[in-house]
Design a protein around this ligand. Sequence first.
Ligand code: FAD
Length: 597
Amino acid sequence: MDIASPQGRVSTWLAKFADALENGSPDQVAQLFAPTCYWRDLIALTWNIRTMEGRDAIADMVGATRDHARPRNWQIDGDVTEADGTAEAWLTFETEVARGKGHLRLGPDGAITLLTTAQELKGYEEKRGPTREPGVEHGSHPGRKTWSERRADEQARLGREEQPFVVIVGGGQGGIALSARLRRLEVPHVVIEKNDRAGDSWRRRYKSLCLHDPVWYDHLPYIPFPDHWPVFAPKDKLGDWLESYVKVMELPYWARTEARSARYDEKADHWVVEIDRDGEAMTLTPKHLVLATGMSGIPNIPDLPGMDRFKGDIHHSSQHPGPDTYAGKKVVVVGSNNSAHDISAALYEAGSDVTMVQRSSTHISRSETLMDLALGGLYSEEAVANGIDTDTADLIFASIPYAMLPSVQKAVADGQKERDKDFYERLEKAGFKLDFGDDETGLFMKYLRRGSGYYIDVGASELVADGKIKLAHGQVTEITETGLKLDDGTELEADVIVLATGYGSMNGWAAQLISQDVADKVGKVWGLGSDTTKDPGPWEGELRNMWKPTQQEGLWFHGGNLHQSRHYSQFLALQLKAREAGIDTPVYGLQEVHHLS
Ligand SMILES: Cc1cc2nc3c(=O)[nH]c(=O)nc-3n(C[C@H](O)[C@H](O)[C@H](O)COP(=O)(O)OP(=O)(O)OC[C@H]3O[C@@H](n4cnc5c(N)ncnc54)[C@H](O)[C@@H]3O)c2cc1C
């Protein structure tokens, strides 16, 4: 092999890396990385989701983990590619307990990024392909039970004769994806969902809602959407898909079941979860509790003076019934993010007179442009044609450390500004206050940092630009009998007021369900510590508390968009399986708490 070729360079590097990991000092390992470098580990060495930034951090992690993890058997998987002097390679490796997959970017001064991920636990592999169940035992077996009898037995025992190892509170797409993975890993668990049916968390949203992300980004684990599935799934269609998925994946899903409270019993070393299962009070005692209760679950309802005297109909966007009964009515929508836009557009189409109140500037990305510039390379028909399947796309995405993302996303935002120049100009001319984030990095960074402050335009912005959805600006100071007042003295008449004022932090769920003490102990959930609006520093390097161990023993948070739920459920499920199997899981770098909410 030509040692100067990309393949040769990666081979040489990998041999040195493997040798240093096994026989050298942690510093020798770190010296194989470029001066600016990142090693992102998804539970392979750290039993944590963690990015080591710089050589010192890498040396520290290696020193702390390698004797236990014993990473070895590093191989290049497939062809090595090269662009602008950086070689890129897929890797396989193993640790003492897991088989892993990695991704390397190697520059002239050493590794720039390394991603290591545990893919399966040795001895606890998911059954698939040749190891699938036969499904039937041929021959004569007196008293044999059918599949449906065995299912019924299992369901009857769960939570009564047999306690689940994991309770997942929340059966939206997050809880469902995690349950599918736990089921395949044979971890006894149950999903608790207060709605009547799986899929209701989508069905109950406003009627015009379609997914904002395209289909290639949205697949669930194991069963992709069929290839005629629409690019943007209508919410009820997605609801039906989730319900079918629960059924065919045989998930232990308890609908009409609400978790009322949970406390960790230190002595017994398990949770005590009080639930109401369709009218019956039950107590579950799992070792692990996963809150998959959603980022958009606790409505942010402002306490405005005069709300009780308003003669019309006032409600939060999460309670918005849809536009049908509001034709011909004056509606004021407070807020200017996703829900505000979607609801305003549907109301306009239904014949309402709509005014949107914008308090602060909002980022707008045109859906089409976003699909092309941000997602196209990994999640699109073109990517599929190029052989990039969902798992590969997810790993490539994961291989870019959060610290590098702003520059990648700034390039996307710059491209958007150029391509959609006229669109943005028309919006601003109509009085809409636009932004691209504190550092001009656009939509995705806002999503990761604060989960708010944007609208993915699927049509409402044209209505704003054309003045069909009217605009007002400022802070609402008071609700009157017939409308509302803004801080500049403007009065707006309204028959209906929709408060599209967003949702509270996810650790609000821990406060609600467990206690304020536990919510404070685990701290803020989501955000990167970027020191931008609503995401205070210090820099964390990963999303706070998501999919990884928290400061509270046995408490986990799961969720995010469909892509994140799909991808990170894999690593959360493996962490839970390891604990169920009694595998030692020493956590490196448990995250510190810097903010309460
Ligand atoms: C208007 C809108 C549009 C969106 N568009 C997109 C999009 O295009 N693509 C995308 O990926 N994401 C989108 N999102 C984000 C969306 O919220 C998430 O992707 C998705 O709903 C998150 O799934 P989840 O399972 O984490 O939470 P949820 O879907 O919110 O599910 C949480 C579940 O927990 C249940 N629950 C809460 N408390 C309890 C309790 N005590 N006991 C039992 N059950 C409980 C709730 O009933 C709910 O079903 C959108 C969100 C909104 C509000």
